[in-house]
Write a protein that binds this ligand. Structure first.
Ligand SMILES: [Zn+2]
Length: 112
């Protein structure tokens, strides 16, 4: 499983767990960052990188057998809203990041 596969299956619960006890809040605060995907995000098979107001967050797969997600922020030693912003972006913009397959055209959910 490569990084893109892993991120495409990332759930809010998992992201929250990665960020620790304040995960909920960090993801919510991070969600307020305006991120220009084309200009500020790099994603390849091994690394996700996003630049945010002078900080840089990198998410990689752990090299150990567990292949867990591992993140670090260039500015902070603790879970921070920069990392929250990175996870928020991944959760909300899977399509734009190329992490999800678009739903079939013409099939819309019944509105009720
Ligand atoms: Zn930070």
């Amino acid at each position: 499983m490569n990084l893109k596969d892993k991120l495409s299956h990332l759930s809010f619960q998992e992201a929250r767990k990665l960020l620790g006890p304040k995960g909920d809040r960090l993801i919510r605060q991070g969600g307020r960052y305006e991120i220009d995907i084309a200009g500020h995000v790099e994603l390849d098979a091994n690394r996700f990188r996003v630049r945010l107001n002078g900080s840089e967050v990198v998410i990689e797969l752990d090299s150990s057998r567990s292949r867990r997600l591992h993140y670090r922020c260039s500015s902070c030693d603790m879970p921070c809203e920069h990392a929250g912003a990175a996870f928020s972006l991944i959760l909300e913009e899977k399509l734009a990041l190329g992490l999800a397959i678009p739903p079939p055209v013409g099939k819309t959910a019944a509105a009720d």
